[in-house]
Design a protein around this ligand. Sequence first.
Ligand code: BG6
Length: 483
Amino acid sequence: MKKSRFPEGFLWGGATAANQLEGAYNEGGKGLSIFDMVKFVPKEERGNDFSMDVYSEKELEELLADNGEGNFPKRRGIDFYHRYKEDIALFAEMGFKTFRLSISWPRIFPNGDELEPNEEGLAFYDRVFDELLKYGIEPLVTISHYEIPLHLVQKYNGWTDRRLVDFFVHYAETVFKRYKDKVKYWLTFNEINISTHSPYIGAGILVDRVENKEQAVYQALHHQFVASSRAVKACHEIIPGAQIGCMLARMEVYPETCNPDDVLAALEEDQKNLFFTDVQVRGYYPSYMLSYFEKNNIQIDMLPGDEELLLQHPVDFLSFSYYMSMVASGADKEKEIGNFFMGVKNPYLEASDWGWQIDPKGLRITLKKMYDRYQVPLFIVENGLGAYDQVEEDGSINDDYRIDYMRAHIDQMGEAIQDGVEVMGYTSWGCIDLISASTSEMSKRYGFIYVDQDDYGNGTMERRKKKSFEWYKKVIATNGEEL
Ligand code: BG6
Protein backbone atom coordinates (compact mmCIF):
# COMPACT_ATOMS: atom_id res chain seq x y z
CA MET A 1 0.00 0.00 0.00
CA LYS A 2 1.44 3.41 -0.89
CA LYS A 3 2.02 5.95 1.85
CA SER A 4 -1.16 7.73 2.90
CA ARG A 5 -1.53 11.47 2.42
CA PHE A 6 -3.42 11.53 5.69
CA PRO A 7 -1.48 11.74 8.95
CA GLU A 8 -1.46 8.92 11.43
CA GLY A 9 -4.26 9.29 13.94
CA PHE A 10 -6.41 11.21 11.46
CA LEU A 11 -9.91 11.41 12.93
CA TRP A 12 -12.25 9.76 10.42
CA GLY A 13 -15.88 9.55 11.39
CA GLY A 14 -19.38 10.91 11.07
CA ALA A 15 -21.37 13.85 12.39
CA THR A 16 -24.86 14.38 13.78
CA ALA A 17 -26.83 16.69 16.08
CA ALA A 18 -29.14 15.83 18.96
CA ASN A 19 -32.15 17.67 17.55
CA GLN A 20 -32.04 15.75 14.26
CA LEU A 21 -31.16 12.39 15.75
CA GLU A 22 -32.35 11.66 19.27
CA GLY A 23 -36.12 12.02 19.19
CA ALA A 24 -37.62 11.39 22.67
CA TYR A 25 -38.20 15.14 22.83
CA ASN A 26 -40.27 14.92 26.00
CA GLU A 27 -38.60 11.98 27.72
CA GLY A 28 -36.00 11.84 30.46
CA GLY A 29 -36.93 15.25 31.83
CA LYS A 30 -35.95 17.11 28.65
CA GLY A 31 -37.37 20.60 28.08
CA LEU A 32 -38.43 21.94 24.70
CA SER A 33 -35.77 23.29 22.36
CA ILE A 34 -36.19 25.85 19.61
CA PHE A 35 -36.05 23.16 16.93
CA ASP A 36 -38.83 21.14 18.56
CA MET A 37 -41.08 23.93 17.33
CA VAL A 38 -40.24 23.71 13.65
CA LYS A 39 -42.89 22.05 11.50
CA PHE A 40 -42.49 20.09 8.30
CA VAL A 41 -43.64 21.99 5.22
CA PRO A 42 -43.79 19.90 2.00
CA LYS A 43 -41.63 21.05 -0.89
CA GLU A 44 -44.69 21.86 -3.03
CA GLU A 45 -45.81 24.43 -0.47
CA ARG A 46 -42.41 25.65 0.57
CA GLY A 47 -40.94 26.20 -2.88
CA ASN A 48 -37.47 27.69 -2.57
CA ASP A 49 -38.06 29.10 0.89
CA PHE A 50 -35.53 27.35 3.11
CA SER A 51 -36.08 29.64 6.02
CA MET A 52 -36.84 27.68 9.15
CA ASP A 53 -37.21 30.61 11.48
CA VAL A 54 -40.00 31.42 13.86
CA TYR A 55 -40.36 35.18 13.74
CA SER A 56 -43.00 36.27 16.16
CA GLU A 57 -44.54 35.74 19.53
CA LYS A 58 -47.84 34.94 17.85
CA GLU A 59 -46.31 32.31 15.62
CA LEU A 60 -44.63 30.69 18.58
CA GLU A 61 -47.89 30.64 20.55
CA GLU A 62 -49.66 28.94 17.65
CA LEU A 63 -46.94 26.32 17.47
CA LEU A 64 -47.14 25.69 21.20
CA ALA A 65 -50.92 25.38 20.99
CA ASP A 66 -50.51 22.67 18.34
CA ASN A 67 -49.84 20.27 21.20
CA GLY A 68 -47.88 17.74 19.20
CA GLU A 69 -50.59 17.01 16.65
CA GLY A 70 -48.76 18.68 13.79
CA ASN A 71 -45.79 17.16 12.00
CA PHE A 72 -42.70 18.18 13.99
CA PRO A 73 -40.06 15.76 12.67
CA LYS A 74 -37.26 16.95 14.93
CA ARG A 75 -39.26 15.79 17.92
CA ARG A 76 -39.03 12.20 16.73
CA GLY A 77 -35.57 12.34 15.06
CA ILE A 78 -34.50 8.81 14.25
CA ASP A 79 -34.95 7.56 17.81
CA PHE A 80 -31.23 7.45 18.59
CA TYR A 81 -32.27 8.01 22.22
CA HIS A 82 -33.45 4.41 22.36
CA ARG A 83 -31.33 2.89 19.59
CA TYR A 84 -27.89 4.39 20.23
CA LYS A 85 -26.29 1.00 20.95
CA GLU A 86 -27.31 -0.43 17.61
CA ASP A 87 -26.21 2.75 15.79
CA ILE A 88 -22.86 3.00 17.52
CA ALA A 89 -22.18 -0.67 16.77
CA LEU A 90 -22.65 0.17 13.07
CA PHE A 91 -20.30 3.17 13.32
CA ALA A 92 -17.75 0.89 14.99
CA GLU A 93 -18.16 -1.62 12.17
CA MET A 94 -17.22 1.13 9.71
CA GLY A 95 -14.12 1.76 11.81
CA PHE A 96 -15.02 5.28 13.00
CA LYS A 97 -12.25 6.94 14.99
CA THR A 98 -14.57 9.70 16.10
CA PHE A 99 -18.28 10.43 16.26
CA ARG A 100 -19.59 13.98 16.34
CA LEU A 101 -22.79 14.52 18.30
CA SER A 102 -24.28 17.39 20.21
CA ILE A 103 -25.55 17.49 23.73
CA SER A 104 -29.10 18.77 23.82
CA TRP A 105 -28.92 21.77 26.16
CA PRO A 106 -32.56 21.34 27.37
CA ARG A 107 -31.86 17.69 28.22
CA ILE A 108 -29.35 18.96 30.78
CA PHE A 109 -31.09 22.22 31.74
CA PRO A 110 -34.74 21.90 30.64
CA ASN A 111 -35.35 25.65 30.93
CA GLY A 112 -31.78 26.76 30.47
CA ASP A 113 -31.65 29.06 33.49
CA GLU A 114 -31.75 26.54 36.36
CA LEU A 115 -28.85 25.99 38.71
CA GLU A 116 -29.25 22.23 39.06
CA PRO A 117 -28.87 20.00 36.02
CA ASN A 118 -31.24 17.19 35.10
CA GLU A 119 -29.49 14.00 36.20
CA GLU A 120 -31.42 11.81 33.76
CA GLY A 121 -30.12 13.86 30.86
CA LEU A 122 -26.54 13.72 32.10
CA ALA A 123 -26.82 9.96 32.61
CA PHE A 124 -28.02 9.48 29.03
CA TYR A 125 -24.85 11.02 27.58
CA ASP A 126 -22.75 9.00 30.02
CA ARG A 127 -24.22 5.89 28.48
CA VAL A 128 -23.64 7.15 24.95
CA PHE A 129 -20.01 8.15 25.61
CA ASP A 130 -19.31 4.85 27.38
CA GLU A 131 -20.69 2.98 24.41
CA LEU A 132 -18.48 4.95 22.02
CA LEU A 133 -15.38 4.50 24.16
CA LYS A 134 -16.06 0.78 24.38
CA TYR A 135 -15.22 0.68 20.65
CA GLY A 136 -12.36 3.16 20.89
CA ILE A 137 -14.42 5.94 19.21
CA GLU A 138 -13.57 9.45 20.42
CA PRO A 139 -16.65 11.58 21.04
CA LEU A 140 -16.50 15.01 19.39
CA VAL A 141 -19.12 17.06 21.17
CA THR A 142 -20.92 20.21 20.02
CA ILE A 143 -22.17 22.07 23.07
CA SER A 144 -24.83 24.03 21.19
CA HIS A 145 -26.23 22.85 17.86
CA TYR A 146 -29.49 24.75 17.33
CA GLU A 147 -30.84 23.36 20.61
CA ILE A 148 -31.41 26.49 22.67
CA PRO A 149 -33.97 25.81 25.42
CA LEU A 150 -37.26 27.35 24.32
CA HIS A 151 -37.77 28.98 27.70
CA LEU A 152 -34.70 31.17 27.01
CA VAL A 153 -36.46 32.48 23.91
CA GLN A 154 -39.70 33.16 25.70
CA LYS A 155 -38.26 34.79 28.78
CA TYR A 156 -35.10 36.51 27.51
CA ASN A 157 -35.51 36.72 23.73
CA GLY A 158 -32.54 34.41 23.38
CA TRP A 159 -28.99 35.63 23.04
CA THR A 160 -30.00 39.28 22.81
CA ASP A 161 -29.90 39.11 26.63
CA ARG A 162 -26.46 39.10 28.21
CA ARG A 163 -27.64 36.73 30.95
CA LEU A 164 -27.48 33.91 28.44
CA VAL A 165 -23.70 34.08 28.65
CA ASP A 166 -23.84 32.91 32.25
CA PHE A 167 -26.46 30.28 31.57
CA PHE A 168 -24.41 28.87 28.72
CA VAL A 169 -21.16 28.91 30.68
CA HIS A 170 -22.85 27.16 33.58
CA TYR A 171 -24.14 24.52 31.18
CA ALA A 172 -20.71 24.16 29.52
CA GLU A 173 -18.93 23.85 32.87
CA THR A 174 -21.46 21.26 34.00
CA VAL A 175 -20.77 19.03 31.00
CA PHE A 176 -16.99 19.60 31.15
CA LYS A 177 -16.95 18.47 34.77
CA ARG A 178 -19.21 15.53 34.20
CA TYR A 179 -17.50 14.19 31.08
CA LYS A 180 -13.91 15.27 31.67
CA ASP A 181 -12.64 11.68 31.58
CA LYS A 182 -14.65 10.78 28.49
CA VAL A 183 -14.56 13.69 26.03
CA LYS A 184 -11.37 15.33 24.69
CA TYR A 185 -12.75 17.18 21.67
CA TRP A 186 -15.34 19.94 21.99
CA LEU A 187 -17.01 22.53 19.76
CA THR A 188 -18.80 25.58 21.13
CA PHE A 189 -21.51 26.82 18.71
CA ASN A 190 -22.47 24.97 15.57
CA GLU A 191 -22.32 27.21 12.48
CA ILE A 192 -22.07 30.36 14.55
CA ASN A 193 -22.69 32.41 11.41
CA ILE A 194 -26.24 31.10 10.95
CA SER A 195 -27.96 33.80 13.02
CA THR A 196 -27.38 36.52 10.45
CA HIS A 197 -29.71 34.43 8.26
CA SER A 198 -31.86 32.67 10.85
CA PRO A 199 -31.93 34.68 14.09
CA TYR A 200 -34.29 32.25 15.81
CA ILE A 201 -32.30 29.12 15.01
CA GLY A 202 -28.86 30.61 15.63
CA ALA A 203 -29.60 32.83 18.59
CA GLY A 204 -33.16 32.17 19.77
CA ILE A 205 -34.34 35.65 18.73
CA LEU A 206 -37.95 36.43 17.88
CA VAL A 207 -37.38 39.31 15.51
CA ASP A 208 -40.77 40.90 16.05
CA ARG A 209 -39.61 41.73 19.59
CA VAL A 210 -36.66 43.85 18.48
CA GLU A 211 -36.52 47.24 16.84
CA ASN A 212 -33.53 46.67 14.64
CA LYS A 213 -32.90 43.10 13.56
CA GLU A 214 -29.30 43.53 12.49
CA GLN A 215 -28.36 45.35 15.66
CA ALA A 216 -29.99 42.61 17.76
CA VAL A 217 -28.25 39.83 15.86
CA TYR A 218 -24.76 41.34 16.15
CA GLN A 219 -25.31 42.03 19.83
CA ALA A 220 -26.42 38.43 20.33
CA LEU A 221 -23.34 37.29 18.43
CA HIS A 222 -21.13 39.34 20.69
CA HIS A 223 -22.66 37.49 23.64
CA GLN A 224 -21.95 34.20 21.92
CA PHE A 225 -18.34 35.18 21.25
CA VAL A 226 -17.89 36.06 24.92
CA ALA A 227 -19.62 32.83 26.00
CA SER A 228 -17.42 30.87 23.64
CA SER A 229 -14.21 32.39 25.06
CA ARG A 230 -15.37 31.71 28.59
CA ALA A 231 -16.15 28.13 27.61
CA VAL A 232 -12.67 27.76 26.06
CA LYS A 233 -11.12 29.03 29.30
CA ALA A 234 -13.26 26.70 31.43
CA CYS A 235 -12.57 23.72 29.19
CA HIS A 236 -8.81 24.21 29.49
CA GLU A 237 -9.03 24.58 33.25
CA ILE A 238 -11.35 21.65 33.84
CA ILE A 239 -9.98 19.19 31.26
CA PRO A 240 -6.23 19.58 30.80
CA GLY A 241 -5.23 18.39 27.36
CA ALA A 242 -8.71 18.80 25.86
CA GLN A 243 -9.10 20.70 22.60
CA ILE A 244 -11.97 23.02 21.87
CA GLY A 245 -12.84 24.57 18.53
CA CYS A 246 -15.25 26.95 16.85
CA MET A 247 -17.54 25.91 14.00
CA LEU A 248 -18.34 27.86 10.84
CA ALA A 249 -20.68 27.20 7.90
CA ARG A 250 -17.95 27.85 5.38
CA MET A 251 -18.79 29.35 2.03
CA GLU A 252 -15.91 29.75 -0.37
CA VAL A 253 -16.90 32.68 -2.58
CA TYR A 254 -15.69 33.04 -6.18
CA PRO A 255 -15.95 36.20 -8.29
CA GLU A 256 -18.28 35.74 -11.23
CA THR A 257 -15.56 37.02 -13.60
CA CYS A 258 -12.13 38.68 -13.32
CA ASN A 259 -13.84 42.06 -13.51
CA PRO A 260 -12.50 43.87 -10.41
CA ASP A 261 -16.09 44.69 -9.40
CA ASP A 262 -16.82 40.98 -9.15
CA VAL A 263 -13.54 40.31 -7.36
CA LEU A 264 -14.30 42.98 -4.80
CA ALA A 265 -17.84 41.65 -4.32
CA ALA A 266 -16.45 38.16 -3.71
CA LEU A 267 -13.87 39.47 -1.26
CA GLU A 268 -16.49 41.32 0.72
CA GLU A 269 -18.84 38.35 0.74
CA ASP A 270 -15.97 36.21 1.97
CA GLN A 271 -15.19 38.67 4.76
CA LYS A 272 -18.79 38.41 5.93
CA ASN A 273 -18.25 34.68 6.25
CA LEU A 274 -14.80 34.83 7.86
CA PHE A 275 -15.74 37.54 10.37
CA PHE A 276 -16.81 34.85 12.85
CA THR A 277 -13.57 32.89 12.73
CA ASP A 278 -11.58 36.12 12.71
CA VAL A 279 -13.03 36.85 16.14
CA GLN A 280 -12.88 33.32 17.49
CA VAL A 281 -9.43 32.37 16.20
CA ARG A 282 -7.58 35.69 16.12
CA GLY A 283 -9.36 37.00 19.20
CA TYR A 284 -10.53 40.43 18.07
CA TYR A 285 -13.06 42.18 15.85
CA PRO A 286 -11.56 42.79 12.39
CA SER A 287 -11.39 46.41 11.22
CA TYR A 288 -13.59 45.76 8.16
CA MET A 289 -16.38 44.73 10.52
CA LEU A 290 -15.94 47.70 12.83
CA SER A 291 -16.22 49.89 9.78
CA TYR A 292 -19.37 48.02 8.67
CA PHE A 293 -20.91 48.58 12.10
CA GLU A 294 -20.13 52.26 11.91
CA LYS A 295 -21.57 52.67 8.43
CA ASN A 296 -24.73 50.83 9.43
CA ASN A 297 -25.16 52.47 12.78
CA ILE A 298 -24.73 49.26 14.73
CA GLN A 299 -23.43 49.65 18.27
CA ILE A 300 -22.12 46.63 20.08
CA ASP A 301 -22.53 46.88 23.78
CA MET A 302 -19.33 45.46 25.29
CA LEU A 303 -18.48 45.17 28.96
CA PRO A 304 -15.03 46.02 30.30
CA GLY A 305 -12.91 42.89 30.01
CA ASP A 306 -14.73 41.45 26.98
CA GLU A 307 -11.99 42.36 24.53
CA GLU A 308 -9.25 40.93 26.75
CA LEU A 309 -11.24 37.75 27.19
CA LEU A 310 -11.63 37.28 23.42
CA LEU A 311 -7.92 37.85 22.92
CA GLN A 312 -6.78 35.62 25.76
CA HIS A 313 -9.01 32.65 25.00
CA PRO A 314 -9.21 31.94 21.28
CA VAL A 315 -10.14 28.44 20.15
CA ASP A 316 -7.59 25.66 19.70
CA PHE A 317 -8.75 24.66 16.26
CA LEU A 318 -11.16 25.75 13.57
CA SER A 319 -13.87 23.38 12.43
CA PHE A 320 -16.30 23.98 9.63
CA SER A 321 -19.02 22.52 7.45
CA TYR A 322 -18.47 22.47 3.73
CA TYR A 323 -21.18 21.53 1.26
CA MET A 324 -20.83 23.97 -1.64
CA SER A 325 -19.19 27.13 -2.90
CA MET A 326 -20.78 30.43 -3.89
CA VAL A 327 -20.40 33.01 -6.63
CA ALA A 328 -20.62 36.75 -6.08
CA SER A 329 -21.21 39.38 -8.71
CA GLY A 330 -20.53 43.10 -8.62
CA ALA A 331 -23.67 43.62 -10.71
CA ASP A 332 -27.10 43.52 -9.21
CA LYS A 333 -27.96 39.93 -10.13
CA GLU A 334 -30.47 37.52 -8.78
CA LYS A 335 -29.06 35.21 -6.11
CA GLU A 336 -30.72 31.97 -7.07
CA ILE A 337 -28.46 29.25 -5.72
CA GLY A 338 -27.92 28.08 -2.18
CA ASN A 339 -29.71 27.52 1.05
CA PHE A 340 -29.49 30.04 3.89
CA PHE A 341 -26.63 31.63 1.99
CA MET A 342 -27.49 32.58 -1.54
CA GLY A 343 -25.33 33.27 -4.58
CA VAL A 344 -25.22 33.54 -8.35
CA LYS A 345 -25.19 30.31 -10.37
CA ASN A 346 -21.79 28.81 -11.20
CA PRO A 347 -21.96 27.42 -14.78
CA TYR A 348 -19.01 25.10 -14.17
CA LEU A 349 -20.64 23.13 -11.38
CA GLU A 350 -23.47 20.69 -11.04
CA ALA A 351 -25.92 20.93 -8.20
CA SER A 352 -27.62 18.47 -5.87
CA ASP A 353 -31.38 17.91 -5.96
CA TRP A 354 -31.60 20.77 -3.46
CA GLY A 355 -29.59 23.15 -5.63
CA TRP A 356 -26.36 22.96 -3.61
CA GLN A 357 -23.49 23.34 -6.07
CA ILE A 358 -21.06 20.46 -5.83
CA ASP A 359 -17.46 21.67 -5.72
CA PRO A 360 -14.78 19.31 -4.37
CA LYS A 361 -11.92 21.57 -5.48
CA GLY A 362 -13.55 24.36 -3.52
CA LEU A 363 -12.80 22.33 -0.40
CA ARG A 364 -9.10 22.30 -1.24
CA ILE A 365 -9.19 26.02 -1.98
CA THR A 366 -10.95 26.78 1.26
CA LEU A 367 -8.62 24.61 3.35
CA LYS A 368 -5.60 26.37 1.86
CA LYS A 369 -7.10 29.80 2.30
CA MET A 370 -8.15 29.28 5.90
CA TYR A 371 -4.85 27.72 6.89
CA ASP A 372 -2.99 30.65 5.31
CA ARG A 373 -5.14 33.06 7.25
CA TYR A 374 -5.18 31.38 10.67
CA GLN A 375 -2.37 28.82 10.97
CA VAL A 376 -4.36 26.65 13.36
CA PRO A 377 -5.42 23.03 12.79
CA LEU A 378 -8.57 22.65 10.71
CA PHE A 379 -11.27 20.03 11.13
CA ILE A 380 -13.93 19.29 8.51
CA VAL A 381 -16.84 18.37 10.75
CA GLU A 382 -19.55 18.31 8.07
CA ASN A 383 -19.52 17.39 4.42
CA GLY A 384 -21.80 15.15 2.39
CA LEU A 385 -24.51 14.82 -0.19
CA GLY A 386 -28.19 15.16 0.66
CA ALA A 387 -29.98 12.95 -1.86
CA TYR A 388 -33.09 10.84 -2.45
CA ASP A 389 -32.23 7.16 -1.97
CA GLN A 390 -34.02 4.24 -3.54
CA VAL A 391 -34.43 0.91 -1.77
CA GLU A 392 -34.27 -1.79 -4.45
CA GLU A 393 -36.45 -4.88 -4.44
CA ASP A 394 -33.62 -6.93 -2.97
CA GLY A 395 -33.29 -4.37 -0.19
CA SER A 396 -30.03 -2.85 -1.43
CA ILE A 397 -29.41 0.89 -1.69
CA ASN A 398 -26.92 1.69 -4.38
CA ASP A 399 -25.83 5.22 -3.57
CA ASP A 400 -22.99 5.55 -6.06
CA TYR A 401 -23.69 9.30 -6.36
CA ARG A 402 -22.85 9.68 -2.67
CA ILE A 403 -19.66 7.67 -3.04
CA ASP A 404 -18.65 9.85 -6.01
CA TYR A 405 -19.31 13.03 -4.05
CA MET A 406 -17.34 11.90 -1.03
CA ARG A 407 -14.50 10.35 -2.99
CA ALA A 408 -13.92 13.64 -4.81
CA HIS A 409 -14.04 15.70 -1.61
CA ILE A 410 -11.79 13.39 0.38
CA ASP A 411 -9.34 13.34 -2.50
CA GLN A 412 -9.18 17.15 -2.52
CA MET A 413 -8.73 17.15 1.24
CA GLY A 414 -5.78 14.80 0.73
CA GLU A 415 -4.34 17.19 -1.86
CA ALA A 416 -4.68 20.10 0.57
CA ILE A 417 -2.83 18.10 3.23
CA GLN A 418 -0.08 17.46 0.72
CA ASP A 419 -0.03 21.20 0.03
CA GLY A 420 0.86 21.66 3.69
CA VAL A 421 -2.49 22.24 5.38
CA GLU A 422 -2.92 20.79 8.86
CA VAL A 423 -6.20 18.86 9.02
CA MET A 424 -7.21 16.99 12.18
CA GLY A 425 -10.05 14.95 10.81
CA TYR A 426 -13.13 14.52 8.68
CA THR A 427 -16.62 13.69 9.92
CA SER A 428 -19.15 13.30 7.13
CA TRP A 429 -22.52 14.85 7.85
CA GLY A 430 -25.45 12.61 8.74
CA CYS A 431 -23.47 9.36 8.74
CA ILE A 432 -26.82 7.80 9.54
CA ASP A 433 -29.92 9.26 7.81
CA LEU A 434 -31.52 11.90 9.99
CA ILE A 435 -33.95 14.81 9.85
CA SER A 436 -32.82 17.69 7.64
CA ALA A 437 -31.99 20.90 9.50
CA SER A 438 -33.24 23.27 6.82
CA THR A 439 -36.32 21.46 5.52
CA SER A 440 -37.18 18.94 8.25
CA GLU A 441 -37.37 16.31 5.53
CA MET A 442 -36.41 12.73 6.19
CA SER A 443 -36.19 12.12 2.47
CA LYS A 444 -33.09 14.33 2.20
CA ARG A 445 -30.63 11.63 3.16
CA TYR A 446 -26.90 11.83 3.84
CA GLY A 447 -26.14 8.52 5.54
CA PHE A 448 -24.11 5.38 5.01
CA ILE A 449 -26.93 3.83 7.00
CA TYR A 450 -30.51 4.02 5.75
CA VAL A 451 -33.29 4.61 8.26
CA ASP A 452 -36.78 3.41 7.35
CA GLN A 453 -38.86 6.50 8.01
CA ASP A 454 -40.62 8.94 5.69
CA ASP A 455 -41.30 12.68 5.99
CA TYR A 456 -44.44 11.98 8.01
CA GLY A 457 -42.92 9.58 10.50
CA ASN A 458 -44.20 6.40 8.82
CA GLY A 459 -41.79 3.47 8.79
CA THR A 460 -40.17 0.89 11.03
CA MET A 461 -37.02 2.92 11.85
CA GLU A 462 -35.10 -0.17 10.78
CA ARG A 463 -31.43 0.52 9.96
CA ARG A 464 -29.95 -0.80 6.71
CA LYS A 465 -26.43 -0.51 5.27
CA LYS A 466 -26.10 1.33 1.96
CA LYS A 467 -23.44 0.61 -0.64
CA SER A 468 -21.46 3.58 0.71
CA PHE A 469 -21.16 1.82 4.08
CA GLU A 470 -18.60 -0.70 2.80
CA TRP A 471 -16.92 2.00 0.75
CA TYR A 472 -16.35 4.32 3.73
CA LYS A 473 -15.21 1.37 5.84
CA LYS A 474 -12.45 0.74 3.28
CA VAL A 475 -11.52 4.43 3.17
CA ILE A 476 -11.00 4.45 6.92
CA ALA A 477 -9.19 1.11 6.97
CA THR A 478 -6.67 2.39 4.40
CA ASN A 479 -6.39 5.80 6.09
CA GLY A 480 -7.88 7.49 3.03
CA GLU A 481 -5.64 5.93 0.40
CA GLU A 482 -8.17 3.63 -1.23
CA LEU A 483 -10.92 5.85 -2.46
C1 BG6 B 1 -25.56 22.24 8.55
C2 BG6 B 1 -26.01 21.89 9.93
O1 BG6 B 1 -26.20 23.43 8.22
O2 BG6 B 1 -25.87 21.45 7.48
C3 BG6 B 1 -26.66 20.54 10.07
O3 BG6 B 1 -25.00 22.05 10.89
C4 BG6 B 1 -27.44 20.24 8.81
O4 BG6 B 1 -27.42 20.54 11.23
C5 BG6 B 1 -26.48 20.18 7.63
O5 BG6 B 1 -28.24 19.12 8.87
C6 BG6 B 1 -27.14 19.83 6.31
O6 BG6 B 1 -28.23 20.65 6.08
P1 BG6 B 1 -29.66 20.08 5.74
O7 BG6 B 1 -30.52 21.25 5.72
O8 BG6 B 1 -29.53 19.39 4.44
O9 BG6 B 1 -29.99 19.14 6.85
